[in-house]
Design a binder for this molecule. Structure first.
Ligand code: ZN
Length: 149
């Protein structure tokens, strides 16, 4: 188990160091901003649709390693997915980081399962989930700033 934890740590550090899909899409169809006041994490998501699929998305902002790595891994995980699949992933991810009994979801989540460890750190759950709440707001076309509080 500690090897797995080390691997998880490594993936998070890597995505924090070199975040994927970082930036802003100028011709985005949807966008949203999110804020986690508890930690000071802030991010913006821009997204382009092709039909009901996520054709492309970017995130930008500043925050702790967990919030940035989570946003980076999320963008990789949802690109090319339908909006329905994306809502399903949101629910699974939410269970993964909040519910001890969610081990069954880890296989479905692939790399996103690296955040299973934040369950043990309630303050970090908000860092990990911020990108997802912000993405949900974007696809639901809500424009108020999302807050984890
Ligand atoms: Zn944070």
């Amino acid at each position: 188990m500690s090897d797995l934890r080390d691997l998880y740590q490594e993936v998070i550090l890597d995505h924090n160091r070199s975040p994927r899909n970082f930036g802003r899409l100028e011709d985005a169809d949807l966008h949203a901003d999110g804020h986690n006041p508890l930690c000071g994490d802030k991010l913006s998501i821009t997204l382009k649709l092709a039909g009901d699929r996520v054709a492309d998305l970017r995130f930008e902002g500043s925050g702790c390693a967990i919030s940035k790595a989570s946003a980076s891994l999320m963008t990789e995980g949802v690109k090319g997915r339908t909006l329905d699949e994306l809502r399903g992933l949101f629910d699974r991810f939410h269970r993964l980081v909040t519910d001890q009994g969610a081990a069954a979801d880890e296989a479905e989540l692939g790399k996103l399962a690296v955040f299973a460890g934040v369950r043990d750190y309630p303050a970090r759950v908000k860092c990990a989930i911020l990108a997802w709440h912000t993405l949900r707001a974007a696809v639901d076309d809500r424009h108020e700033v999302v807050s984890t509080e």
